[in-house]
Design a protein around this ligand. Structure first.
Ligand SMILES: Nc1nc2c(c(=O)[nH]1)N[C@H]1C(S)=C(S)[C@@H](COP(=O)(O)OP(=O)(O)OC[C@H]3O[C@@H](n4cnc5c(N)ncnc54)[C@H](O)[C@@H]3O)O[C@H]1N2
Ligand code: MOO
Length: 427
């Protein structure tokens, strides 16, 4: 967005004199320029939780492997039963039984029924199973209260998955559900992408490692431990580049190390246009800038670039802006680079528990949570340094660029933290 797009009388929520890239346009640029960067390896299925499939998986055996009983009861041939006028039937019980792991070694004759237990392979001569609760036994005779439908209570071989069928596709994240399926039908090991390596760098003369004593003018580094926590939730390997002073040579050296050791670099601070904002200056002069200054709040100084070919998200220093930009941009970028695919959470449209008029042209992400009645309530302030609001919230309320007014009760987009893959934080 440029000033030329603006009507007279500024109704836009952005400073003049700068090109502001809309969030969607910056997303589109990243999506166009980036592709999966991680190699592949094979891992045993049991160790694959959290990994991303690098190739489709075909079933190597059917599930279930053989027809089996779905209930405890009696198995018989449907065609051999002649119900009486009241629908009941009398069959002879065959000696023996079939149980899971203990198949019946024989054939069930016409007009007879065999004791069969859940999971038992269905023996020859049986095509239907009656629930034991619907049977009374008297001296070797079995009386069926009502004959069930043909094929009742029987699981067919391969009804869940047939040999050779594609059961999971490349890009699927392996979780408990996928491990259960692979254990049943899959190979013993699978091709997965290697974890994404992400370098994190804080910049600023004022920063000290969290927990260290502070002199006047100094500040604990919140962003690096925050980013590390997000990246752990995202199953990334972290390359900690530490904290660089406001010095171009030091920042350049850190970026060089990040490019050599990681697939993605996240920096924070120095992204704006001030005298000491060296990250944006370096990314602009010596990197390959994809977008800088995004039409969003918080996070408008965000710089998207490459350093020696490696993608860099130059996050703003304010912790809230760094957090929001990491979710809004880092989450889909991490998905694309790590083989999961590009995914921008759409969230839920829920009633607003607030009202406001706003300037258009900028997308706002408010720290927000849900009220007892399910409406979206924003944090008391939009100040980008108010870190307490991040934990107060359970997600972000997104106010789109063209929305001039939010009326109480009108739908507003709510993006729960969990939709960005965060495992921590309140529900
Ligand atoms: N003239 C303008 N000034 C500013 C603009 C603008 O458009 N024009 N944008 C403002 C916005 S919005 C933001 S956000 C900030 C961020 O800019 P920077 O990325 O250059 O951030 P810094 O100046 O380095 O730091 C901002 C703030 O955050 C603190 N900080 C930095 N790193 C950390 C950290 N790791 N942990 C905790 N706190 C950190 C830093 O001390 C500053 O207080 O620029 C506005 N200015
Ligand atoms: O909008 Mo800045 O990104 O935090 O204040």
């Amino acid at each position: 967005m440029t000033d030329g797009d603006r009507p007279a009388g500024d109704c836009y929520g952005l400073p003049r004199g700068v090109h502001w890239t809309p969030v969607d346009a910056a997303h589109a640029e990243l999506r166009k320029q980036l592709s999966p960067v991680v190699g592949q390896e094979r891992v045993p299925v049991a160790d694959a939780a959290g990994r991303v499939l690098a190739a489709d998986v075909a079933a190597v055996r059917p599930n279930p492997p053989a027809a089996n009983a779905a209930v405890d009861g009696y198995g018989f041939s449907y065609a051999s039963v002649s119900p009486t006028a009241d629908g009941s039937a009398l069959l002879q019980r065959v000696a023996g039984r079939a149980a899971a792991g203990h198949p019946f070694d024989g054939s069930v004759p016409a007009g007879a029924a065999l004791r069969i237990l859940t999971g038992a392979p269905v023996p020859a001569g049986v095509d239907t199973i009656i629930l034991q609760e619907d049977v009374t036994e008297d001296d070797g005779s079995l009386r069926f209260a009502a004959v069930p439908k043909p094929g009742a209570n029987l699981r067919a071989a391969g009804e869940d998955a047939q040999t050779g069928a594609t059961v999971l596709t490349a890009g699927t994240v392996i979780g408990a559900a996928e491990i259960a399926l692979l254990a049943a039908v899959g190979p013993s090991d699978i091709a997965v992408y290697r974890p994404l390596r992400v370098a994190i760098l804080s910049t600023g003369d004022e920063l000290r490692p969290a927990g260290a004593p502070l002199s006047p003018g100094q500040l604990p580094d919140s962003n690096r431990p925050m980013l590390a926590a997000i990246l752990r939730d995202w199953d990334c390997q972290i390359v900690d580049l530490g904290c660089a002073p406001d010095d171009p040579a030091a920042i350049r050296a850190a970026l060089d190390r990040g490019a050599a050791e990681a697939d993605l670099i996240l920096t924070s601070g120095g992204a704006s246009t001030g005298d000491e904002d060296h990250v944006s200056a370096l990314l602009q002069a010596e990197g390959a800038l994809m977008a800088w200054r995004i039409a969003m709040k918080p996070g408008r100084p965000l710089a998207l670039s490459r350093w020696r070919g490696v993608p860099v998200l130059g996050l703003p220093g304010n912790p809230v802006a760094a957090f929001v930009c990491t979710l809004v941009f880092g989450y889909p970028v991490r998905g694309l680079l790590s083989g999961r695919g590009w995914h921008v959470p759409q969230g839920l449209m829920l009633p607003a528990g607030f009202a406001r008029t706003r300037k258009i042209g900028r997308r706002d992400y408010l720290r927000a949570r849900l009220d007892a009645d399910g409406s979206v309530v924003p944090f008391r302030s939009e100040g980008s340094g108010l870190i307490s609001g991040l934990g107060w919230a359970s997600g972000l309320a997104c106010l789109e660029e063209d929305r001039r007014e939010v009326m109480a009760g009108s739908p507003v987009r709510f993006l729960p933290y969990a939709a960005f893959g965060l495992r921590t934080g309140s529900a």
